[in-house]
Design a protein around this ligand. Structure first.
Ligand code: CS2
Length: 465
C-alpha cells in the first residue's frame, strides 16, 4: 500500500492529516518549482490556511525540470509526508495543499491556463537562482497576458528564491520579456498585480532513501515523496498584495508581513546561506558528507561563528544578529537533517554572488579584515578540482561547471594564475572585487595553505591569528 487520498484515513492517528475537502474547489495558487523546499514550507503554510476553512489556498504545483517527481506526486494524489524533527521532538505530518500538478516543459499550455484561471489569486516561485531566465519570464508573461485579456483581476506574484530583492528582480525580468504590443499589459501589471519581495527560510534537504524508509515505518505504508525538515520556519513578505486582505490572513498563519523585508533578506542570505556555502565547500573538499558533520567539528564551528560575527554582522541592519547567529549554529547541528554538502555546493556560481561579496565589500569599506571570506573563496577554488582530500572524485553540478573546472584545473602547477582567473569573474564576485588587489592577495595566500596543508590546517591557522 502507498500514500494516496484513499489510504489517508488508515494512517496512524498520531500523524496530522488534512481534514478539509481537497476536491471541491479549484486551486487559488499556482506554484512554480515543486522541489522539497516548497513542499515543506509554503505548502504547509497554505495547508494551515486551508484548515481554517478558507478554500482559496489549494496549490496547482508546477515541476520545472522533473517530470518524474510530478508523476510520483500524481500517483499519490499530491500527498506526501513530512518529518518535522529537531531537539524539540519528532512528528510526522501530511500536508494536503497540493491539489493539481503539471510539468512546465511538456504541459506549458496547462500552466498558462492555470495562471489565467478565475480562481487563481497567487503565483509563487521557488525555481532556484538559475531559474530566472527569459523562458521563465515568457511563461509568466503568457499567463498574465491571458488573464488580462480575459478581463480577470490581477494577482500576487511572489518570488521566494534566495535572491536579494527577489520581487524586484522578477518584475524586471517579466517586463523585459514584454514586446512593443504589450503596453496595455504592462500598465495592468503595474496597477493590478503585485510582485512582493520575500525571504523564506526552512532547512529542507533533498529527499533520501533513509527518509523514505523512516516514512514507511511511521506511516505503515510507502511514500515515494516523503521529506524531512526542522521545526523552524520563517516567511517574511513585503506588504504588497493584489488583494490587501491577504496580509492579515498570512499573518494569522505565522507569516511576517512587513515593509522591511530587506533587512531579513540580507541577514538570511549572508549569515545562513553564506555560512552554508562555506561549510558545504569545506565539507566537499574534506570528505565530510553533511552540514551537521561540518558544524560538529570544533574548528569549523568556530570559523562559522567568527565569519558571521566579525565579517557579516557589522553590515547588517538586523540588530538581533547575535541571537540569530546562535540559533543558526544550533539549526546547522540538527542531527535529523542529513543535509548533503554536495547538494548545497550545487550551483555555487549562482549562489556565491548573493552570499559573500556584500560582506567582503563592507569589510573593505571599513578597512576591516575579510580573512574568513578569503579562506572560503580559496576553498571554492580548491573545490573546482573535483577531487577531495581523500582522493575521492565528485562532479560539479553547476551551470558554470565546465568553465570553473577549466579555470581551476591547473591549480596545483600554477596556483596563482588559476586563483586570479577565477577571481576575475564578475559573474561570481561582482564588479568591484575582481580589481581589489588586497582581496586577491589574501585568497592566493589561503589557497596556498589549503593546497599545501589541507583545509582543516588552514582553518586552524586562521583561527590562531
Ligand atoms: C541552502 C539553502 O542549498 C542551499 O543553497 O543554503 O537551500 C538553505 O537550506 C535554505 O535557504 C534555508 O532556508
Amino acid at each position: 500500500m502507498h500514500l494516496t487520498a484513499a489510504s489517508l484515513g488508515t494512517l496512524p492517528s498520531s500523524i496530522q492529516t488534512p481534514r478539509y475537502d481537497r476536491t471541491a474547489h479549484a486551486p487559488g495558487v499556482v506554484h512554480l518549482g515543486l522541489g522539497a523546499f516548497h513542499r515543506a514550507h509554503q505548502a504547509m503554510v497554505f495547508d494551515q490556511l486551508l484548515a481554517t476553512g478558507d478554500t482559496r489556498w489549494g496549490i496547482h504545483g508546477v515541476g520545472m525540470t522533473r517530470p518524474d517527481l510530478v508523476n510520483q506526486l500524481r500517483a499519490q494524489d499530491g500527498l506526501y509526508a513530512v518529518r518535522v524533527a529537531d531537539g524539540q521532538g519528532v512528528r510526522w505530518q501530511v500536508p494536503g495543499a497540493l491539489w493539481r500538478m503539471s510539468v512546465a516543459t511538456t504541459e506549458r499550455e496547462a500552466v498558462v491556463q492555470a495562471m489565467a484561471a478565475t480562481n487563481t489569486r497567487w503565483v509563487t516561485l521557488t525555481v532556484t537562482e538559475k531559474g530566472y531566465t527569459p523562458a521563465l519570464a515568457q511563461l509568466l508573461l503568457d499567463g498574465l497576458r491571458l488573464r488580462q485579456q480575459t478581463g480577470l483581476p490581477g494577482i500576487t506574484v511572489a518570488s521566494c528564491d534566495n535572491l536579494q530583492g527577489n520581487g524586484h528582480k522578477l518584475l524586471a525580468l517579466v517586463k523585459a520579456a514584454a514586446t512593443a504590443q504589450d503596453t496595455e499589459l504592462l500598465r495592468w501589471l503595474d496597477v493590478q498585480c503585485a510582485f512582493p519581495c520575500s525571504m523564506v527560510d526552512r532547512i529542507v534537504p533533498a529527499a533520501t532513501p533513509e527518509v523514505r524508509a523512516a516514512a514507511q515505518e511511521a506511516l505503515g505504508m510507502q511514500d515515494h515523496c516523503a521529506l524531512s525538515t526542522e521545526g523552524f520556519w520563517e516567511w517574511v513578505i513585503e506588504d504588497r498584495f493584489a488583494d490587501p486582505k491577504d496580509a492579515a490572513l498570512l499573518q494569522s498563519a505565522g507569516v511576517r508581513v512587513t515593509n522591511d523585508v530587506h533587512s531579513y533578506e540580507e541577514a538570511k542570505l549572508r549569515m545562513l546561506n553564506g555560512s552554508h556555502s562555506a561549510m558545504a565547500l569545506m565539507g566537499a573538499v574534506t570528505g565530510r558528507p553533511f552540514i551537521a558533520s561540518c558544524i560538529g567539528v570544533p574548528h569549523i564551528r568556530e570559523f562559522v561563528h567568527r565569519l558571521m560575527s566579525r565579517e557579516v554582522a557589522p553590515h547588517l541592519s538586523r540588530s538581533d544578529w547575535a541571537d540569530y547567529r546562535d540559533a543558526l549554529i544550533a539549526r546547522f547541528g540538527n542531527p535529523y537533517l542529513k543535509h548533503s554538502v554536495h547538494q548545497i555546493a550545487t550551483d555555487s556560481s549562482q549562489k556565491i554572488p548573493q552570499r559573500w561579496p556584500p560582506s567582503v565589500l563592507g569589510q573593505i569599506t571599513q578597512g576591516a579584515s575579510f580573512e574568513h571570506h578569503a579562506l572560503a573563496a580559496a576553498v571554492f577554488v580548491r573545490y573546482t578540482l573535483g577531487t577531495d582530500e581523500l582522493g575521492q572524485t565528485y562532479s560539479l553540478s553547476d551551470p558554470q561547471a565546465d568553465s570553473l573546472m577549466a579555470l581551476g584545473s591547473a591549480q596545483r602547477s600554477e596556483p596563482e594564475t588559476c586563483v586570479r582567473a577565477l577571481l576575475a569573474r564578475e559573474d561570481l564576485w561582482g564588479n568591484a572585487l575582481p580589481s581589489n588587489a588586497a582581496w586577491t592577495a589574501r585568497v592566493i595566500h589561503w589557497h596556498q595553505q589549503v593546497l599545501q596543508r589541507g583545509v582543516d590546517a588552514a582553518i586552524q591557522q586562521l583561527l590562531a591569528q
